[in-house]
Design a protein around this ligand. Structure first.
Ligand code: 0O2
Length: 221
């Protein structure tokens, strides 16, 4: 099939393959989720605090898959879905502090059976609209009944504050009339920058508190 054929046919094609798609990407999400839970538990023991606030996941809907394949001019077939789209399986990791994101990313990067395909650091290089997050695309090995296959997952790591901005910006973006207005775009960018400064300050505050706590403990001895 190619993308010039009528969308109804494409929808039917993807619907026919939905169980297969879901099975494949659910397995990959479970695998990455478990790795993140293990890292979270280890971090808790070592640093005596939580690095991950929440983990969310989703498998892209058929409608979104179709929209993306069409937008990218890709043929609508299972090979395109598996090999050309990076975000059929998406995991969002909401961290407490900015440095937690980099620690987790480094730990994932160090897992030798996990193939890092792409990294987009929108924290060091925010998007023009102010969007910040750390994106990793990884191929994770999955042992299915008949074969071992690498399945692609997009991992988005961001702080609670970055997530707050991104989810509200996402909602506002869908109210298209307001979003086209330059003033709104500027205000959203301004909010993103304020949030980034606050994220930085919260991290400094955390370090200040733990230094004071350490000093207190030493003096108490
Ligand atoms: P959803 O519903 O979250 O899955 P492309 O995906 O082809 O557009 P690319 O380079 O793969 O391009 O994607 P990019 O821009 O690196 O990251 C895509 C995902 O990051 C988006 O997925 C969003 O989740 C998030 N994202 C990127 N930019 C923004 C932004 O400006 N605002 C918000 N709120 N989120 C953003 P989807 O598929 O758009 O949506």
């Amino acid at each position: 099939m190619n993308f010039k054929e009528p969308p109804e046919e494409f929808q039917a094609y993807l619907q026919d393959h939905r169980n297969e798609i879901t099975k494949r990407y659910e397995a990959a999400i479970k695998e990455v989720y478990t790795r993140l839970e293990i890292l979270k538990a280890d971090f808790q023991i070592q640093k005596k605090r939580e690095c991950i606030s929440t983990i969310q996941s989703r498998i892209k809907s058929n409608a979104s898959i179709l929209e993306k394949l069409t937008r990218k001019g890709l043929p609508v077939n299972i090979s395109s879905v598996y090999n050309k789209l990076n975000d059929i399986a998406g995991i969002r990791v909401i961290c407490k502090f900015i440095d937690d994101i980099y620690i987790l990313a480094e730990k994932l990067n160090g897992q030798d059976d996990l193939v890092v395909v792409e990294i987009e650091d929108y924290i060091k290089n925010p998007k023009a609209n102010g969007y910040r997050s750390y994106h990793m695309v990884v191929d994770v090995p999955i042992f299915f009944a008949n074969a071992k296959e690498y399945v692609r997952v997009e991992i988005q790591l961001r702080t609670v504050a970055m997530d707050f901005w991104a989810s509200l910006e996402h909602d506002i973006k869908y109210k298209k009339d307001s979003c086209e207005c330059e003033e709104i775009v500027d205000e959203l960018k301004d909010c993103a920058d304020t949030i980034a400064t606050t994220d930085q300050r919260m991290m400094e505050l955390r370090d200040k508190v733990s230094k004071k706590h350490l000093l207190y403990q030493q003096n108490a001895l």
